[in-house]
Design a protein around this ligand. Structure first.
Ligand code: ADP
Ligand code: MG
Length: 319
């Protein structure tokens, strides 16, 4: 469903002087879009203090405020290894999917790539540029869209995108052109351009969120659960939109998802995370062959083969 040529504005030179659709020149010889080398990130989580006992409700409420201090005193702070020694290479122009249960570290890995978190150990390079040492430069290459994308709900897509364009420093006349082009590109009816966001379907809102990311001309799109919570039609629309962006702009896409079929259909390669580690990585066909012994297996079969085996291993270790 390619619509190349439909939108000349998107093929212009962007604000950083890069030709749209072309990948930036890598700084390191690797030529990789994203390179994670032994990346780790942990958090300190404060566990629930034991509030049982004879306390009355009021006293309990009071103690609620003291909870972090009580927890610290009782040594209930727990270190969570959200991402553990992840090494991952992403090639320019590919769509790579990350599957994993809730809490397996997908969003943390995305946030590390997006310069929103600092790794405790290891390095991440975006087109050869270190996300820590060259964060400003890296931010020109990437944009992240998360499931909780924030909008002014009472304002229209037009107003929200014009606002974002100003934040991103696009000159006003250029911004109007870009925003119109992007909204057309979304397949949003002109009548919807000026309706409050809150009247748009979830799918349309999500497409506007992705479109907003396109204002910065990212060559790496980090999409954290772009289709979670969408109805089947909206989900399909967003999936097609992601594919089109990938094809037309040769954008490298990292997407996390719980939808096995989505990842199977959309992604060139898939990583399966478990407890902060990448446990399996390959093309859907490779994963099916390796983990299920047959290429007609489903991605769900692969997922359970990978994570199920691990659960068995853990049980055996604990026994
Ligand atoms: N800011 C944070 N503070 C404390 N713990 C966090 C924070 N962000 C993530 N975690 C923990 O790190 C682990 C991985 O979380 P996350 O990356 O959000 O997983 P996923 O996106 O796969 O659901 C979880 O145990 C989560 O509770
Ligand atoms: Mg997440």
């Amino acid at each position: 469903m390619s619509s190349s040529g439909r939108n000349p504005v998107l093929l212009a030179i962007n604000q950083y002087g890069q030709a749209e659709g072309s990948q930036p020149v890598p700084d390191r010889a690797s030529g990789l879009a994203i390179e994670c080398v032994n990346v780790s990130k942990s958090f300190v989580e404060v566990g629930d203090a034991d509030l049982s006992g004879p306390d009355e409700a009021g006293v309990r409420d009071g103690r609620q405020l003291l909870l972090p201090f009580l927890a610290r005193r009782r040594g209930r702070r727990r270190r969570v290894d959200a991402v553990r020694a992840v090494t991952l290479q992403v090639y320019p122009g590919e769509i790579i999917g990350i599957l994993g249960q809730n809490g397996s570290g997908k969003s943390t890995l995305i946030r590390l790539m997006a310069t929103l978190l600092l790794p405790d150990a290891g390095n991440i390079y975006i087109f050869g540029h270190d996300v820590v040492k060259e964060a400003t430069l890296v931010r020109r290459y990437i944009n992240r869209v998360s499931v909780e994308a924030a909008f002014f709900k009472k304002l229209s897509p037009w107003e929200n995108l014009r606002y974002a364009a100003r934040l991103y420093g696009l000159p006003p006349d250029r911004a109007a052109c870009e925003v119109r082009a992007i909204l057309d590109r979304l397949g949003l009816k002109r009548s919807k351009f000026h309706e409050p966001m809150e009247y748009l379907s979830r799918g349309q809102q999500q497409k506007v969120a992705i479109a907003r990311a396109l204002l910065t001309s990212p060559v790496v799109m980090l999409l954290d659960e772009p289709t979670t919570g969408l109805d089947p039609r909206s989900r399909r629309e967003v999936q097609e939109f992601v594919q089109e962006i990938n094809r037309e702009r040769q954008a490298t896409v990292v997407l996390t998802s719980h939808d096995m079929d989505e990842v199977d259909r959309l992604c060139d390669r898939v990583a399966i995370m478990e407890a902060g580690e990448v446990k399996a990585l390959g093309t859907p066909a490779e994963l099916k062959r390796t983990w299920c012994g047959r290429e007609d297996a489903s991605m769900e079969d692969v997922f359970f083969a990978v994570t199920g085996n691990l659960m068995e291993e853990e049980t055996a270790e604990n026994a």
